[in-house]
Design a protein around this ligand. Structure first.
Ligand code: NDP
Length: 485
């Protein structure tokens, strides 16, 4: 049987689908059932070379176009993505297992936002004029050249666009490698860009595992690498890019704190904890997985949380009523089960969940541990699954020290009705992205990225332009030039 999810070919290079059967086979699996829904091949050396050569050649012409022309194409692509949101969301659900209820509002739509935002910005990119007496310097904002994007499996469409849109707006070309677990939707992004008028070769997609990513990162034809992935992968990719003095953006993992004071609106705080731990079955980098609850409201918080979790609709991800889907893969399910076992072993109190669901596919219950202490494994390591750790605290000074006592620094959140405290706590967080009385909002207008081990650089907003362009300074002398001899 051929599934509608089977792409025309594995890779998208120079404006068209390309296959090379010599590449290692990759089965694409629907996480809700475990069925194989597509078969593709990993990129061979020849495919990688073809993609990079196409990108290099196309970039030169693309950069010569005006920002208005480039932006128009990106905005047209955004419109097409929105028109096809339903089909793209269904595909994203096949690819990731995330419920359609989520993919229909958070994936292609977020990708379209990025294309529209950076499409609008393309025409505004400009240099500066710096007067120096009668002399002057002008700066030119130039593209970097060929950018490599490497994606994680939790938000494949979004990541393909969050990296592609600013890169292309600045006049770069891109070779994007999706996670081998979720290879389908980036191909659609490439197809739509070409349909919107993008010249062939400006945005290419090649498939493969880490070895393909590593080959791209170390290739001398590449000028910039943007990775969304785990901290260990980030270290390897950063080191390899450094050897070639390449620009990098690293969007890595986290173990973010969410601090709930006893004056918080309880239902809002519970909503934040649910969004920051169970959306996408907990497979979100910025999740607030260390939930610090002030002692006075701990039991009320746990009771309300458990009651609300009982309302989760777990089932067919294509059903719009389903609000909680499977894990992305068998491997990720096993990793998370290992963490749950560790939580129990190290003495945390299992409040709810903790088990695999008896059905085909990769299903885990939403899981909450209470009485978690700072030294427990589930409070220190990124789990990347639906496991919330609730920790108690007495006062602000104590909780701030504990919240920041981590190598990660991606995100952090605070729930309180005391505004002065909210801002003080946000100022004290060692994290790139902070939330007050909300959690995990990621609008394209706001910079997104991590501090400490969670990353380098920022995605989205005008800040992303800095990471996909470089400045050239041109000194202009108006008078005669003196020299010592
Ligand atoms: P990985 O780090 O395992 O992989 C990320 C990507 O890098 C994949 O495409 C992977 O290929 C590729 N890769 C692996 N090894 C190398 C290498 N040596 N050189 C180049 N590329 C390589 O992350 P996951 O896919 O498991 O995603 C989960 C992680 O991503 C979590 O830690 C999460 O926190 C983080 N993440 C961060 C986000 C952020 O914006 N900060 C957002 C989303 C996720 P393949 O897997 O196909 O082998």
């Amino acid at each position: 049987m051929t599934y509608p999810t089977q792409p025309k070919a594995s890779h998208f290079i120079n404006g068209t689908y390309v296959e090379d059967d010599a590449g290692a086979p990759i089965d694409v699996i629907y996480p809700a059932t475990g069925e194989v829904i597509a078969k593709i091949h990993s990129a061979t050396r020849a495919i990688i070379g073809q993609a990079l050569d196409a990108a290099r050649a196309a970039q030169v012409e693309w950069a010569k176009m005006t920002g208005t022309e480039r932006g128009r194409i990106l905005r047209r692509a955004a419109d097409i993505m929105r028109e096809r949101n339903h089909d793209l969301s269904v595909l994203e659900t096949w690819d990731t297992g995330k419920p359609y209820q989520e993919t229909s509002v958070a994936d292609a739509t977020s990708g379209a936002d990025a294309l529209e935002y950076f499409g609008g910005m393309a025409a505004t990119l400009a240099g500066q004029h710096i007067q120096l007496g009668e002399d002057w310097v002008y700066t030119v904002r130039e593209p970097l050249g060929v950018c490599v994007g490497i994606g994680a499996w939790n938000y494949p469409t979004q990541i393909a666009c969050w990296k592609g849109a600013p890169a292309l707006a600045c006049g770069n070309a891109m070779v994007f490698k999706p996670s081998e677990t979720t290879p389908l939707s980036a191909l659609k992004v490439a197809e739509i860009l070409v349909e919107a008028g993008l010249p062939a070769g400006v945005y290419n997609v090649v498939q493969g595992l880490g070895d393909v990513g590593a080959a791209l990162v170390s290739d001398p034809r590449v000028d910039k690498v943007s990775l969304t992935g785990s901290v260990p992968t980030g270290r390897k990719v950063y080191a390899s890019a450094a050897a070639g003095m390449k620009h990098v953006t690293m969007e890595l993992g986290g173990k973010s704190p969410m601090v709930i004071f006893d004056d918080a609106d309880l239902d809002n705080a519970v909503s934040g904890a649910i969004l920051g731990n169970f959306y996408s079955s907990g497979q979100v980098c910025s999740n607030g997985t260390r939930v610090f609850v002030q002692k006075g409201i701990r039991e009320a918080f746990l009771a309300r949380l458990t009651e609300r979790l009982g309302k989760a609709v777990i089932g067919d991800p294509m059903d719009p009523d389903t609000s909680f889907g499977p894990m992305v893969s068998a491997r990720q399910t096993e990793i998370v089960e290992g963490y749950i076992a560790k939580g129990v072993e190290e003495g945390a109190r299992l409040v709810t969940g903790g088990k695999r669901l008896e059905r085909e596919g990769f299903w885990l219950e939403p899981t909450v541990f209470a009485d978690v202490t700072d030294d427990m494994t589930i409070a220190r390591e990124e789990i990347f699954g639906p496991v919330m750790a609730v920790l108690d605290f007495e006062d602000e000074t104590e909780v701030m020290a504990r919240a920041n006592d981590t190598e990660f620094g991606l995100a952090a959140g605070v729930f309180t009705r005391d505004l002065a405290r909210a801002h003080r706590v946000a100022a004290g967080f060692e994290a790139g992205t902070c939330y007050i009385n909300t959690y995990n909002d990621a609008p394209v207008e706001a910079p997104f990225g991590g501090a400490k081990q969670s990353g380098v650089g920022r995605e989205n907003s005008a800040a992303a332009i800095e990471h996909y362009s470089q400045l050239k300074s041109v000194y202009v002398r108006m008078g005669d030039l003196e020299a010592p001899f």
